[in-house]
Design a protein around this ligand. Sequence first.
Ligand SMILES: [Zn+2]
Length: 59
Amino acid sequence: MAKLVRTCPACGLLMWAKEEDVEYLDENTIRLKCPHCQKMVRLNLVTQGSTAAGPQMGH
Ligand SMILES: [Zn+2]
């Protein structure tokens, strides 16, 4: 089972998210509850490949 390790955008602490705890809003976006600050945070899964380093404009 894959785990996601992300920094919480609200409190800045690392979150270890299990797949069963993650809600997929679409193929690139997940939502989960931060175990530290208990906020629902939305995360973009696009961290690899050519788009990761460049600016990501909404479209
Ligand atoms: Zn947090």
